[in-house]
Design a protein around this ligand. Sequence first.
Ligand code: GLA
Length: 453
Amino acid sequence: MRKYLLIFVAVFLSLSATAQKFDQLAKTPPMGWNSWNKFHCDVSEALIMQAADAMVSTGMKDAGYEYIVIDDCWQVSRDENGEIVADKDRFPHGMKYVADYVHSKGLKFGIYSSAGTVTCQRRPGGFGHEYQDARTYARYGVDYLKYDWCGSTTQDAKSSYTNMSNAIKAAGRPIVFSICEWGSNKPWEWAANVGHLWRTTGDISDNWNSMLDIFNKQKDLARYAGPGKWNDPDMLEVGNGGMTTEEYRTHFSLWCMLASPLMAGNDLQNMTPETKSILLNKEMIAIDQDSLGRQATCYRDNVYYQIWVKTLSNNEKAVCLLNTSDEKKSVLVDFSLLASIRGGGRGFGGPPPAAPAGGTPGMPGVPGAAGAQRTQGAQGVATAGQAVPAAGQGMPGGMGPGGPGGQRGFTPMTLENYKVRDVWEHKDLVLKETSMYVELLPHSVKVYRFVRK
Ligand code: GLA
């Protein structure tokens, strides 16, 4: 009897150490709006309700944006029972009232706390109150919880987030669990069963260098992403004023290539036509939301430009050419070569193998450059460890045409069976030759979708 009891206790303990997240949520990257990037602590009932209104009236809801998330500063204290207390001046009707309003618009409601004793703005954190808070959030009608890492001092990240994940499960309301420990403890290695998305880096700032720096840190993480488990390179800054329209278009495109959560972080009530044209580009959003859930892999990383490939469902793919330089570039793009390169499969996403001695023999898809700003691309200026073999050489990860790995039964793409669509121009390319010069403005992208004919 004692033996059985011990076995029971051991099984129970091992189960309780395992996260039990709601696994039917976030099958595609979550889309929505979060108050932090634009409004910081200046949140209120009116602001959130207006954001919900604007989400509908601007067409964002129709484009797929769903969650309205209040970030830090909605909470002020705990009462004598340990219940979290919302700021009564800013949320006079309480959080359930706001949640009900958001739901009445056909949207979903998100909230924020931290795994530590305090949030990053020194409001009460969730530590020691996980099960109580999860029940409270369920009562409010919360659908999404962003859980930060401030005030955590000596806590273990995996067990802290597992604890909250289990608390959410126990409370019984399906809530998307957004882990925000800034990539400090490599959540991609342990969070797939704990949460639905996890931040991979520190906070984004509204400028080109910050955005690009975060983007470059996603290179090795593609293998960890998939339906219900997403790398989160942080919320969007599109429309907040610190980047040019071109740079915002790039920011949005790169996030979509990465199958990132798309959480707008701007003032939805006052969007310029340019901001709207970016956030509402449904063709770009479709690449982000593709049901296969693959994150793009970096096919080429040159001094001035990068090529990224995202495998899509229906044997399609998206290719993004990124000009990281401060100058306009004119590059000769060979679309039949671009057609032949493949995105990484599930098991792919690590650094590509080093280039053969002497550098890369040519630039697949982008063999050279033209005009005054001729790039050094023709013979490849790839840095060690980042260069990849030319398309024809194949690659162990399955990036070469017809190479092993990736999807089984993959038919190589050619320009005979695929058309090439420019996702920002919203039109199919008319290719007289298979190669064409393409102008890439400074800090800009071209995104092509290879669509089955
Ligand atoms: C941290 C998070 C941000 C934001 C702030 C709020 O910095 O990473 O996204 O939530 O806290 O205080």
